[in-house]
Design a protein around this ligand. Sequence first.
Ligand code: SF4
Length: 296
Amino acid sequence: MDYNGTIYRPPIEADTFLLPVTEGCTHNSCTFCNMYRDVPFRMVPMTDLEDFLKEVQHAYGHHCDGIRRVYLVGADPFALSAARLLERIALARKYLRNAETFTMYARTDNIAPKSDGDLKALRQAGVDDLYIGVECGLDDVLGKLNKGYTAEETLAQCRRLNAVGIRHCDLLMLGTAGRGRGLECAQATAALENQAAPAKILVNTMSAFAGTPLDQDIREGRFIPAGEKENLAEEKALLEALDLPGLYFWAVHPLDTVRVDGYLPQDRKKMADALEHALATIDESRISRISLEGTL
Ligand code: SF4
């Protein structure tokens, strides 16, 4: 199968079977992101998908029966209509007959056009654990990031997912509001998340990669990034303001300076103490958030 572009998936899905159903991103214009700049959005044709599954079956034989979890590849495969997603899930089940869960990235504006009946049908088909790029809870910041939706719009769609039993994992980004606004951002983001009620939160730290509009904004003085200590203080304030019993909080992204993870509320203090220790000891002059290479 010819696949155009790099395959990205959440780090916590490292052991999950990857099914390439889309390429690229329907939005492709967040200011901080360069993952799909040269990759137009496209659905992988059903014939190619079936050829891929046949190859997998040929290569892995009866081991295919051990596959329980399937990750649908692409920046936002949930952009496909419910009918198209159900068709692809049915095809996957022909070859992976014990698959239980189908997980993927979903933008807020991928969920909105789907009816409640669509969401229920997808849940019944095994769709669960959608990864949503929430980033932060401040609308002026989301606007500057060119995220394409507001915090209120995200909240409305998360509530619809919760109502039909589709769990979601919200991706948050530290440092989005710039210097001097980290704590304000933490409070707004925690308020949003406490209502959105995700099962998991994944945290990474905003970095300016070469060639992105964010990189340009920093170089030309339109955006002043927070220092590393402010990012850590934002993370600690966020963690302390979350009121989500049972939540898995994961901040182990390669872009995160201090790696913490655990469940709320029992691991909150351990994680907050690790962040506090870093705040007291790191030398932020040695950490640069402007990278010449790399991506999220
Ligand atoms: S951050 Fe996500 S939604 Fe935004 S351009 Fe990148 S892949 Fe697309």
